[in-house]
Design a protein around this ligand. Sequence first.
Ligand SMILES: [Zn+2]
Length: 399
Amino acid sequence: MDINSPLVERFFRYVKIDTRSDDESSTHPSTAKQRDLTKLLSEELIELGLTVDYDMEHCYIYAYLPSNDPAKALEDIGFIAHVDTSPAVSGENVKPYIIKSYDGHDELLNPKDFPELNNHLGEDLIRTDGTTLLGADDKAGIAEIMEMLSYFRNNPDVKHRGIAVAFTSDEETGNGTEFFDVARFHAKQAYTVDGGKFGVLEYECFNAAGATVEIQGRSVHTGSAKGIMINASRVANEFINLMPEDETPEATEGYEGFYYLDRIVSECDHARIEFLIRDHDLEKFEARKEFMKDAVFTINERYGMDLCKITIEDQYPNMIMYLKDHMDLVERAREAVKHAGGNPVSEPIRGGTDGAVLSSRGIPCPNLPTGGYNYHSRFEYASIPEMEKCLEMLVFLAQ
Ligand SMILES: [Zn+2]
């Protein structure tokens, strides 16, 4: 592997542009600086021969490269990545640094802290200087998509499908698809290129809902409270005690769902408890909602009045519901991983992806790896050989 590979050069160019999003902001994009990257990408896409439809207001790019196969036997395929980096860690003045032939000894990346590193001995890795994140999430994905396009540009004899590309903003604040215009995106099926370890394909995520429990207490002077006061804080505590203790994020893994107690705001007169409900299985997911409604009923019975109310709002669906009729997409991705010398594995996402929302809007969208690790952290790194394999995978999928 040549360290001065075009892919790595490209990746360095993108990570040096600060695109940190801001979850406190009420605008979209949440930070104007995300446009610094979309502007550059629009120009580069045009140079690569794509038609570019740039929604500057919302900071989205939709680009398209028609198929060069006169038979046009294959359907268009899409690739999607996001330009923003996590609000959690600074993305300013990122100084990517290459560790040549990683031997387990590095001031920042220690296999004791991050056992995954044992799988990367001997590889060339890219890390930060320890003060910022790297931005492999998701600029590794962007660089790989762009380099795939560059490959087809430089190898006009290689036949490819029509390729639709979208770069989105504010994925990290949960608003990545808010203004995504399906009609402006050329493909009817796509991949998000926003995963981690090479070989891992993601096409199942949680079903997600948020539940808010409101408790109306009765506040009176403590001196004359006997038999009159209803302390909403204490009722909130009772309610929480009705929830299963071992069905929490910290006690579950794999396909196990949970209730996450996200926030309690309470005083004697009124309390509000916010939960997140998560489950891969739709039936269990619905049962969790019913369980919470039953708990509300139990509390109201106990007090003989309707002092407790619940509202539940769905957040995102498990994408498998929409993908199960498009498993050829996943099958192709498995082939692509093997073609690039890897071993395809699927892992259920314990969260959601933009692909989940897009799948529900009619663009089935599994998630592909990028070769990045330790996302949203100063210890973020990327494996150069894995990035190269991810690039090979994309080239395969576009053919
Ligand atoms: Zn991401």
